[in-house]
Write a protein that binds this ligand. Structure first.
Ligand SMILES: [Zn+2]
Length: 219
């Protein structure tokens, strides 16, 4: 995998994000890291319009931008701080999924409700509303990236991380589906969620093999 592959991968997942209605218009921003650099969506583009050479290269340690004539996404600090805070992170996906946003208007803690959610995502964290594009948002998200791979942003959207784009992207899909299921069930009565024991059982039960199987199914 070199930076040219990363740029192609970013285009692929950017298109999937738009096709899955996880953002509208020029909303959302995604990045992936490679060899001490992160590649981030440029400001002012719809994600599915970005060409491979238009992803903006930023040095993670120094914060310096390689000039390609485009400005990085306004959430550049959130991405940069996430990679600095947790070196296991290989990709950051920030979207505005409608069911996630709806969920944050009425709830904060997304419970674990079904096995795929437990295996692929685990616990989802929550950050109350702060003004987008500020270092307050970047700091609030950074404080969570070591504990959770998915973070709901109140009245705003979702951030997921992963070892690679594929993992971060599928976590976004699963969290959005989870929020939808929660809201659907809640319209009838209080949802029955998985107990801590049931979640632990999934985590311990050949968890890695199970997760790999799921990821392969989702190809
Ligand atoms: Zn946003």
């Amino acid at each position: 995998m070199d930076s040219a592959n990363i740029r192609q991968e970013l285009c692929k997942y950017a298109q999937k994000i738009v096709a899955a209605h996880l953002v509208v218009g020029p909303g959302g921003n995604i990045s992936a890291s490679h060899d001490g650099k992160m590649y981030l969506s440029p400001s002012g583009f719809a994600l599915d319009e970005i060409l491979p050479e238009q992803w903006v290269e930023v040095d993670i340690a120094a914060g310096t931008i390689t000039d390609n004539g485009l400005r990085p996404s306004s959430e550049v600090l959130m991405h940069l701080y996430a990679y600095r805070a947790n070196p296991c992170i290989g990709a950051v996906v920030h979207t505005h999924p409608p069911n996630c946003i709806a969920f944050t208007l009425v709830e904060q803690e997304l419970p674990i409700m079904f096995p795929d959610q437990a295996a692929l995502v685990g616990r989802t964290d929550y950050v109350p509303y702060v003004l987008p594009t500020t270092d307050r948002l970047a700091d609030a998200v950074t404080a969570k990236v070591g504990i959770a791979s998915s973070i709901l942003l109140g009245n705003h959207g979702l951030v997921t991380t992963g070892r690679n784009l594929r993992e971060a992207y599928y976590r976004t899909e699963v969290v959005e589906e989870s929020a939808k299921i929660f809201l659907t069930a809640s319209a009838v009565r209080e949802p029955k969620v998985l107990t801590d024991e049931e979640v632990d059982e999934i985590a311990s039960l050949e968890s890695e093999a199970y997760r790999i199987q799921l990821l392969q199914k989702m190809k």
